[in-house]
Design a protein around this ligand. Structure first.
Ligand SMILES: [Fe+2]
Ligand SMILES: [Fe+2]
Length: 451
């Protein structure tokens, strides 16, 4: 059984928005007898991106379409309805938005090209407008790429605007910079207001676009990783053992994600929240057991299993209540995949050997669907097991890590993520390195009799 929350609803509203924007755009193009060439350029660019350049991780077509339609509408409102010059078309803002949302420079460049050609078109095929919008958008994208602070977005808007202005001046005045006329000053004002204002609007609308496109930006991930965030703060106070466990899992996961070129920030934030469901019954989980009082002692294995397994569904509910990003909810839903609640499964088998228990003691899934979730699910199992190592020597650590990875691989838990065997080896090595560093201080070295 796959848990996919709210997707059909989100997909439907996205389609409805796309149809509405399409109708509005079509009407405006028709009513104002606008040139349709940017729309042909858009089709060519999508074809080029998908089938010729074969850009990896290109956003879904519906998302591209929605963004493209919004860009068309915004450009027309700016140039036709508000009667601003083509230089005021927010190419910089769209370039920053696309870069921050999808972290794909190839796609950002193509999108910048599209909106710039749109700008040139609504300004009556003005080549100068198109080129200056493109250079400004390009520089802004580059600066906003992997932005981790909101100030970096403003910086991208500002520098993009300056580049846009100088390109426009260079083209309009044929590179003669001897004096600036009042028209040039008003062009500078237009570029600056456009760049800065659109950057400000972008970071206002980022949460909305994250929701619609089901993505999470590095900026949001950093905010989610702040321990003052209400859910994480509750974890520290109400389930300190789980908090410490999540912290170690996060450190292991971030390094492993870095080693294979996955998103380390996403792996870290996902690890922080993966066990958030334990907040409801923290004392039933081994890492929070106080004074070695085993609360499961008097419970049937089936009851214990239910409490343990419920931390996934409870976590999803809590995440929804706190409006966590869907990408983070996926970590909660998938980190146990279809694995077995082994300890209580064994207990049930001992009590009723004739009954087939396996299916009842397996988490419902789904299996991890992304590289970052696979990493967190492996780090989760490894961290839990590492606490049981009496003498964590480097060879024992390596044996334990390789055992966990091999077992998960053979059980098919890693099948639904696009992880390669080469990636898996890099992840294994990263875990071994990190755990050795973590346990380094706990190893009893022989005493130096000379000191
Ligand atoms: Fe868990
Ligand atoms: Fe965990």
């Amino acid at each position: 059984m796959k848990i996919k929350l709210g997707e059909p609803r989100a997909g439907l509203s996205k389609c409805a928005a796309a149809v509405l924007i399409f109708a509005a755009t079509g009407f405006v193009f028709y009513a104002y007898s606008l040139d349709y060439s940017p729309l042909f350029i858009a089709v060519l660019l999508v074809f080029y991106a998908k089938y010729i350049k074969r850009i990896e991780n290109i956003p879904p077509l519906i998302d591209i379409y929605l963004l493209g339609a919004l860009a068309v509408l915004t450009s027309i409102v700016t140039a036709v309805f508000l009667k601003f010059s083509g230089y005021a078309i927010p190419a910089i803002g769209f370039a920053i938005l696309v870069t921050v949302l999808f972290e794909n420079m190839d796609f950002s460049i193509l999108f910048a090209f599209f909106i710039s050609s749109l700008g040139a078109s609504v300004e009556g095929q003005n080549f100068n407008v198109g080129v200056s919008l493109f250079t400004g958008a390009l520089i802004a994208s580059r600066i906003a790429f992997r932005a981790r602070r909101r100030s970096q977005i403003i910086k991208a808007g500002l520098i993009g605007a300056i580049v846009q202005f100088f390109t426009a001046i260079a083209l309009e005045k044929q590179f003669s910079f001897l004096y600036f006329s009042s028209t040039d000053v008003s062009l500078l004002k237009t570029c600056l207001i456009n760049g800065i204002l659109s950057a400000i609007v972008v970071f206002w609308v980022i949460p909305l676009f994250e929701y619609v496109f089901k993505v999470v930006t590095d900026i949001s991930l950093l905010e989610l990783s702040d321990f003052n965030y209400p859910l994480l703060h509750r974890l520290i106070l109400e389930a300190p053992g789980t908090y410490y466990h999540s912290l170690v899992v996060a450190n292991l996961s971030e390094a492993a994600a870095e080693s294979i070129g996955a998103n380390p920030l996403l792996a870290r934030a996902g690890a922080y929240y993966h066990d958030i469901g334990k907040l409801l019954k923290p004392n039933y989980f081994v890492e929070n057991l106080v004074g070695y009082k085993d609360v499961h002692k008097d419970l049937k294995p089936s009851m214990s299993k239910m409490i343990i397994m419920n931390h996934v569904t409870d976590g999803i509910e809590l995440a929804e209540k706190y409006r966590l990003n869907r990408k983070i909810v996926d970590f909660i839903a998938q980190h146990h995949g279809r694995s077995l609640v082994y300890y209580f499964y064994q207990k049930a088998k001992e009590l009723e050997p004739s009954v087939e228990h396996e299916e009842d003691y397996r988490y419902p899934g789904p299996k991890p669907q992304s590289r970052e979730i696979v990493i967190v699910s492996l780090a989760d199992a490894i961290e839990a097991l590492s606490r049981t190592l009496d003498e964590p020597t480097p060879s024992r650590i390596e044996e334990m890590v390789r055992d966990v990875v091999k077992k998960r691989f053979l059980e098919g838990e890693l099948d639904e993520s696009n992880l390669t065997l080469k990636d898996l080896e890099k992840i294994t090595q990263s875990f071994i390195r990190m755990l050795n560093a973590l346990f380094h201080s706990r190893i009893n070295y022989p005493k130096d009799t000379h000191s």
